[in-house]
Design a protein around this ligand. Sequence first.
Ligand code: ADP
Ligand code: MG
Length: 322
Amino acid sequence: MAEFALIESIRSRCAVVRDDVRLGIGDDAALLAVPSGNLLAVSTDTLVCGVHFLADTRPSDIGWKALAVNLSDLAAMGAEPAWATLALTLPSADARWVDEFADGFAQLARKHRVALVGGDTTQGPLSITVTVHGFVPPGAALTRAGAQVGDGVYATGTLGDAAAGLKLFLPPLAGEGAEGGKGQLLVRLHRPIPRIAQGLILRGRATSCIDVSDGLVADLGHICAASGVGAEIDADTLPASPALGAAFAAEDRRAFQLAGGDDYELCFTAPDAIAPTLQRELADSGCAATRIGRVVDGAGVQVRDASGNPLALPHAGWEHFA
Ligand code: ADP
Ligand code: MG
């Protein structure tokens, strides 16, 4: 019985009305109408306690982030979000935890008019799987393949904040105070902003795109592999937030920017002919993009200092089973 009370609480807290949801939570399956002339973009991500978040993370932050990391994948495809499902595995039927979790999830869902249309609730070690569905016209989706030699490489927003926030959140720095700049870094860690509007600006125009979840070098490496090209990053051009600059010295900062995960910014490539227009539109959308390098012949990602000399990479991006 507890299971159904939890589901009802999640349903009521996450209510978002959409015409294309013909049947939502409550039956054996949801019935959904994809608008004609669109492809359905589908993506899933799991957050596991102890791997993706620490046990003492606020449930509302976990709820927000479980949806945010998924919406970020839709953003990176240039898709417009519509629906989500939620598979929750909980150690116990903790109604308060679930309510707070659902409130955090719903806060972000409402911003993007994402309807929660189903899911599953099971008992076991705390783990959250969200699947998101969005729409994109045929031919307009942003993929990892398509970067062309000569394109510029760009990143939205700022890089390294979430990894810096994690460093502050973990002992021995935890508790040093979340005031000012440090608080901003923690917000970047716990409440990532999926760059949905920016993905919609880029779709059909950028030559490739990925969201930075595992670290810039690792994720740009995926673009290189899929596109059959190499890339050079100019380390000194990487966008840093004032909070990151204030909390960490240059070397740490660079390591967070190049290899830190969890930022959920978009990294994309674009030809010089359209880059200024894209950059203007992105800045107008409230999230500017910075040119951080270029696509070159070859394979893999090289990082260069201000004089153009290659820099050793701090370490590779996050990989499970590594
Ligand atoms: P079934 O046994 O047919 O799989 P469930 O009892 O698991 O049905 O779920 C009942 C309804 O509640 C279904 O519509 C399902 O999609 C929905 N649901 C279950 N768990 C969740 C959840 N965590 N979030 C949203 N919807 C859920
Ligand atoms: Mg079920």
